[in-house]
Write a protein that binds this ligand. Structure first.
Ligand SMILES: [Zn+2]
Length: 129
């Protein structure tokens, strides 16, 4: 990915941008080209709420290579305030504090550094609210 394109993409990276089907209203995150519910192909931009609750979680002790130095870490399924569910890392927590139903909020964090240029990749994680 070239640097200019990367910088243009930053605004989208700093919010949870989903697509809402204009036919049936189903919200897809990440956005899709075709609606899984009705097959519709037109979507409105939809900004997801930044708070939700833990539906379920697990502790990853042996992660894929790019995330090796972050292990162990927690991954959870988060249900946002509007009912949309997504999977994400739950950061900065004592694993003993994690529990189903606990409130979390999204934060945008460095995920990893890429290549010699040291381009930082940002993504979303959740922290206990
Ligand atoms: Zn649809």
């Amino acid at each position: 990915m070239s640097e200019p394109r990367y910088w243009r993409e930053i605004p989208q990276r700093y919010r949870l941008e989903a697509g809402r089907c204009t036919k049936c209203g189903k919200v897809h995150f990440p956005p899709r080209l075709v609606c899984a519910s009705c097959g519709g192909r037109t979507f409105d931009k939809y900004i997801l709420p930044d708070e939700g609750r833990i539906v379920t979680y697990t502790i990853i002790r042996v992660p894929p290579a790019p995330f090796k130095d972050q292990a162990p870490f927690a991954i959870g399924i988060i249900e946002l305030m509007d009912g949309v569910r997504l999977m994400a890392q739950i950061a900065d927590c004592d694993f003993k504090e994690l529990d189903i139903g606990k409130k979390v909020r999204v934060e945008f964090r460095k995920i990893q550094e890429e290549g010699k240029a040291g381009i930082l990749q940002y993504g979303y994680k959740f922290v206990l609210a």
